[in-house]
Design a protein around this ligand. Sequence first.
Ligand code: URA
Length: 242
Amino acid sequence: MSGTARLDKLLANLGYGSRNEVARLVRNERVLLDGTPVDDASARIAVTDDLPTRMTIDDEPLDPIPGLTLILHKPIGVTCSHRELGPLVYDLLPDRWRRRDPAISTVGRLDKETSGLLLMTDDGALLHKIISPKQHVTKHYLAQLAQPLRGDEAALFAAGELILEGETKPLVPADLQVLSPTSVRVTVTEGRYHQVRRMFAAVGNHVETLHRDCIGKLALPADLEPGDYRQATAADIAAIFS
Ligand code: URA
């Protein structure tokens, strides 16, 4: 994001409180810009990417400005939903971030029992670009299977003729790399419900563990532990589409 915004509106949209509450933070000299208390909550300020390095609230750097994309290592057992019972991926982020407007959403979903690379963003245009079938963004999964492969799975997945149970439209071709008789790397460009698990169910197998390690050429960073996240850079976002 760039341009200007009223300070009270910017802070309210970042979840720091109502406009009245953030005006009180300003009056109480708790909001500093370049080390100096800001004196007018209604002032327009330049909203630049470096604002979090220049503005502090209660001595803490300002939260990332809108236009935020996160790379998260989704652990097994958390759900990509705002509503379900049990632990949610949103619980892994700071509480205040739930009150951001625009809101942060997951870019597609991973099943509760699937781990790995999950993108989250407040940038609706970017989200739609990543999930749009027209972009053919590849998603790469490592799967452990219950049964040894039969041998015909790669050809079947590549043919673009496999129809999942309960559907009528065939899957677009997917790539299967065999790592061992019971472990594979699968590359798909669609994001149908439980797609990889259902592809193996269609060939009489069962996925025991599933982990997404790449989206396009963006790999899950090796140093990101399950449950951890970091902000995506412009280079990370370019890698998704390369
Ligand atoms: N395919 C699945 O079956 N589950 C996921 O989470 C992602 C792809």
